[in-house]
Ligand binder design. Sequence first.
Ligand code: SF4
Length: 365
Amino acid sequence: MIPNRSEYLKQQALQGQKIMGVLPALYPKELLWAFDILPAEIWDPPGDIVKANRHLQTTICPIVKQSLEFILTEPGIVNAGYLFPHTCDSLQNLGSQVKDMIGVPVPVYTFYNPKGNFNKATRAYYGDILNEFLQVLADVHGPPDIEKLRAACELGLKIDGRRIELQQARMTDRLSLNSQQYFQLIRAAEFMQPVDYLYLLNQVEIQDEPLKSHAIRFLISGILPPNDMTLSFLDDLGIGIVAEDLLAGSRRIPIATLDPPADPIEYLTDRFFLLPPCSTKAGSLDHRQQYLKKLASDSKAQAVLFNIVKFCEPELFDHRSLVKSLKNEGLPVLSLETELLPGLSGQTQTRIEAIVEMMGDEVLA
Ligand code: SF4
């Protein structure tokens, strides 16, 4: 059901679709849709790092490395520019490098999301940067069509609504997808046309009654889900990831459904400030702790898995405190470090098996 990312994007490019390469993670995709631009998000493109290393420090995260490798060897798909949201210092630096030093044959855009504890001034700032980005796009692609922008927001609202329904169904065992299938579905948002993606989401059946519960219920937190082989291993062990707090996942979906967009800029501003807490927004750590505890409780999670991208400063900054507060709630915590490589190491297998064993027979009964 889910198309292959590379094939899908190649096909879109062949059909003359405008495609923008977008680095993680928070950006107003509705503005791009309104200009008929398809965002193709670049998180963990596969392949060896050959050209990128000479531009980067060794202690940079693999998302930055793999993204730069993709940009340097890009197979002719991205034709409408690259967008670098201000997610972390590493991505901000990468944006400057690509724009000012390396150089690419397409425009390079930046989008400076607000950080810290939000207030009226941050809200006004966010409205301003949306308008500025709209103008920047208009300078290249012609004047914005306000009705098209409103329609893009309405489509985004439908996608958000369905994603919220699916998240709730996942937490209450009313989806028949295993973890591998579920995260493939979530990650298809990174490259599909919004209409195609909404259609895909609507194909997933939500059961009226809970299905058989997973033997072990995990909440996962981090930037990306584990790779397919690790997810498959978890599935085989009877571990269900019933809730997620991932930057590539639910941290980009508002915690509540909004009203239909009368004013698109107002709507997009409301939407941004309704997103869940995230390490990359540098907000209150206490808020994150409370949010994760509630997510664990609502999903009846019995343990928490942190999937930490190696050298990810924002995540590592919060990690120790989050682990401590979750353990204080009696939740076992497993922290895995990932370099975003395919496969499953023996060490990771052993650590997953160890936590299952530690959780004891009563969980598995
Ligand atoms: S993994 Fe962390 S450090 Fe790397 S790009 Fe994402 S937020 Fe930035």
